[in-house]
Design a protein around this ligand. Structure first.
Ligand SMILES: O=C1O[C@H](COP(=O)(O)O)[C@@H](O)[C@H](O)[C@H]1O
Length: 235
């Protein structure tokens, strides 16, 4: 477990969006200065949308920025549930390279995971940043309890993405997923979480307290993180 988990609390989601967008902008700029390009993974779902709107308004050399979603719901591109569609709407017009990790919906979620993992080999690793979201059930990226849970947490080091069938399926998006593995997440050069609401705060606090024995995926992932982790929270 990282011994430096720092909470940043804000009055509201807009204030959090300003701060998180500022931090991500700084990470991108530093990566471009150091390596000529930035490769980042951004959370899907609804919470980070205001962060992305602020970030997109930042003056950066967007052509040097590659973005992947931390996870994808297996739905057609353009679907309201598609994480990369949400991210692409904001960052493609800026000139960033936004990579659909599930370019085509399929019934074979395992095969979708293998294709996504193969695609990851074309990227420069480790990620410069992984921005995670957390569900109120404690999942992060698309690491969920179910038949693929152990593989997502403890699979081979070189496996960065895999297919996942959550069990139970989450009601807000009851579909199979492709997700970054714990290894893909915790090896990032910077790890951040952005969440809102008292329920998620409570789950994360409890998950951190339980450490490697956490019944919530976010606790299991953080238990393996060695870098400092910033958790941004607004009511
Ligand atoms: O299903 C997902 O849920 C989490 C949390 O989403 P939110 O809408 O509650 O913020 C998200 O981080 C993940 O990328 C997504 O696929």
């Amino acid at each position: 477990m990282s011994d430096e988990i720092e909470w940043w609390e804000y009055d509201d989601a807009a204030e959090m969006a300003d701060a998180v967008a500022g931090d991500i902008g700084f990470i991108i700029e530093s990566a471009i200065d150091a390596r000529g390009a930035a490769v980042i993974a951004l959370a899907g779902g609804k919470t980070p949308v205001p962060v992305y709107e602020k970030l997109a308004a930042t003056k950066l050399d967007w052509k040097r920025v590659t973005i992947i979603p931390t996870d994808e719901r297996i739905v057609p591109l353009g679907d309201a549930l598609s994480n990369v569609t949400m991210i692409g709407k904001t960052f493609l017009p800026k000139g960033a390279r936004v990579i659909p990790i599930v370019p085509k919906a399929t019934d074979d979620y395992k095969a979708a995971g293998r294709s996504a993992d193969a695609l990851m080999q074309d990227l420069h690793w480790p990620l410069d940043l992984c921005l995670l979201g957390v569900g109120s059930d404690g999942h992060t990226a698309s690491i969920f309890p179910g038949p693929d849970y152990d593989e997502a947490l403890n699979g081979p080091r070189e496996r960065r993405a895999l297919g996942v069938m959550p069990d139970p399926l989450p009601p807000e998006a009851p579909v199979a997923r492709v997700t970054l593995s714990r290894e893909g997440i915790v090896t990032a050069r910077a790890l951040m979480i952005a969440v809102t609401g008292a329920a998620k705060k409570k789950v994360i606090e409890q998950a951190i307290a339980k450490g490697a024995g956490s019944p919530w995926p976010i606790g299991r992932v953080l238990a393996d993180a060695e870098l400092p982790v910033d958790i941004h929270w607004a009511p």
